[in-house]
Design a protein around this ligand. Structure first.
Ligand code: PEP
Length: 251
């Protein structure tokens, strides 16, 4: 009932031509992947060309961020949701931990960005996750619960149909240290219960919850075997088309 999503976050890597080359390579490597949605998130400067080159394929394009302000306005350096839609994107990654850590994003700004995405018909991949000290002090569910409540505040059931959650424990991002399938499943089940409480049981059952944090071709399968894991948000291992295609083709 929940179509899995395998999404690649290219972060601030790849010049324009390299991004296009990788996207085109990926397109042919995953053309038979009918079991899941495939999404890649290149840098802003490559979005338009990548989206054009992927048109008609089964690879969708995401932006890695968007402005909290929905309207065209005097916001130097920002890119708003309808500009992202305009160049052919379907998704936006919102509230990635690197944005929370290094760019001052808060649950409130995440919430405003999510609403801006929804206003323009984009789907938002909303990232949540605890850091190492929060997990070591046993506060991971409290932290993730708070991020969900803040980031999704005021969203209707109809809005939630365009929300994907990515659980990304900060201690697992780019560290090579993946959460065990048990740890990930436990948090995903917790997130689903939280969505049931904040929205409805039906909404919880239908929302895709991705895992992110050092996903690789050799650990995707055991993660995807878990009941509440509906896909992956992949950083480092999404940069090479051949490696990422192995994750996409996990079955
Ligand atoms: C990410 O950036 O969202 C991520 C999960 O990175 P990595 O796969 O490299 O840990």
């Amino acid at each position: 009932m929940r179509t899995p999503i395998i999404a690649g976050n290219w972060k601030m890597y790849k010049l324009h031509d390299e991004a296009v080359k990788t996207a085109v390579e990926l397109k042919s490597l995953v053309s038979n992947a009918g079991h899941c949605e495939v999404v890649i998130a290149p840098v802003f400067t490559a979005l338009k060309t990548v989206a054009d080159r992927l048109e008609g394929s089964n690879v969708k394009v995401a932006a890695q961020n968007c402005a909290a302000e929905a309207n065209h306005s005097a916001q130097t350096g920002e890119v708003c949701a309808d500009m992202i839609m305009d160049v052919g994107c379907e998704y936006v990654i919102v509230g990635h931990s690197e944005r929370r850590q290094f760019h001052g994003e808060t649950d409130d700004s995440v919430n405003r960005k999510v609403k801006a995405c929804l206003e323009y018909g984009l789907k938002a991949i909303v990232c949540v996750g605890e850091d190492l000290s929060q997990r070591e002090s046993g506060r991971e569910k409290e932290v993730v619960g708070g991020q969900l409540a803040g980031g999704l505040a005021g969203l209707t059931l109809a809005d939630m149909e365009r929300i994907i959650i990515a659980y990304e424990p900060v201690w697992a991002i780019g560290t090579g240290k993946t959460a065990t399938p048990e740890q990930a499943q436990e948090m995903h089940a917790y997130i689903r219960r939280a969505l049931s409480g904040s929205h409805s049981a039906e909404c919880a059952a239908g929302t895709r919850i991705l895992y992110g944090g050092s996903v690789k071709p050799d650990n995707i399968r055991e993660l995807m075997d878990r009941e509440d894991i509906d896909g992956a948000l992949v950083g480092g291992a999404s940069l090479e088309a051949a490696t990422f295609s192995k994750i996409v083709n996990y079955r």
